[in-house]
Ligand binder design. Structure first.
Ligand code: IPD
Ligand code: CA
Ligand code: CA
Length: 261
């Protein structure tokens, strides 16, 4: 199943890269405020679904652009292009994300960066890898020398104040905070130790399903904003090695509103 996920991710990635040369000619539509989708998102998703359906016609699918396709207890969770806004601006940070869940537990996760040809893979209990080499989260223990990743809640103005308070609490106490624009890659970078910690609110399952398995298999801890594991429901995520996770949680905890719990 990992091989199928890899094949689907690589096919979609190749399609995305080919299309990156004529972004200005693409048809782009607005899904909601601040949320755009292009024909590349749709085509990449169709390519992934075709590869999966050919190998596993009975499996279920949850895909960002086409929604749910009901099947058996195996579910593929797909973000065909994570970082669409970056892609459409020629900003080189986007990826394909594919996870496979069995009865609610993620078994396989693949995040593929077609620009750098970086393939991040994980299997439950089997560790995580970047281009077939084993990866681990960083050993950072000190927030003051840590590099964190985050995402801005541009779709949730109601949470902007709470988020800005978290940002204000962390900015002066860390070595830096990055907002690169692809949550799937942020999590993959965390799994390789390029980032020491990460937090974001309001994500969707397809943004993080594969990335979270990468992080967990690389020795990281993931929770929601209440230190529980209800992140699939809330979409709110704190992650890092156990020390970093704890430090981020403590810093943002005072600003976690009831709605973000
Ligand atoms: C987005 C990216 C971004 C995150 C947004 C997501 P998309 O995914 O992961 O980093 O901040 O919340 O929606 O729309 O480019 O697939
Ligand atoms: Ca996404
Ligand atoms: Ca997407």
């Amino acid at each position: 199943m990992l091989n199928i996920a890899i094949r689907a991710a690589r096919n979609a990635g190749d399609l995305i890269q080919r299309s990156s040369e004529n972004v200005s000619q693409l048809t782009i539509s607005k899904k909601s405020k601040n949320d755009f989708v292009s024909e590349v998102d749709y085509m990449a998703e169709q390519e992934i679904i075709q590869v999966i359906k050919y190998a596993y016609p009975d499996h279920s699918i949850l895909a960002e652009e086409s929604g749910e396709h009901k099947g058996n207890e195996y579910t593929w969770v797909i973000d065909p292009l994570d970082g669409t806004a970056n892609f459409l601006h020629g900003y080189p940070q986007y990826a394909v994300s594919i996870a496979l869940k069995h009865k609610g537990k993620t078994e396989v996760g693949v995040v593929y960066d077609p620009l750098r040809d970086e393939l991040f893979t994980a299997e439950k209990g089997g560790g995580a890898a970047l281009n077939n080499r084993r990866i681990r989260v960083s050993r950072q223990t000190d927030l003051s020398t840590a590099l964190l990743g985050t995402g801005f809640p541009f779709k949730y103005p109601q949470h902007l104040d709470a988020y800005m308070s978290m940002f204000k609490a962390l900015t002066p106490t860390t070595a830096g905070i990055r907002r690169a624009g692809s949550a799937a890659l942020d999590l993959a970078y965390l799994a390789t130790g390029r980032l020491d910690g990460f937090w974001e609110l309001g994500l969707k399952e397809w943004d993080f399903a594969a990335g979270i398995l990468l992080v967990q298999e690389a020795g990281g801890v993931v929770t929601d904003f209440s230190f529980n594991d209800n992140f699939v429901q809330s979409g709110n995520i704190i992650t890092g090695n156990p020390k970093m996770h704890q430090a981020i949680y403590q810093a943002i905890e005072p600003y976690v509103t009831e709605q973000l719990k």
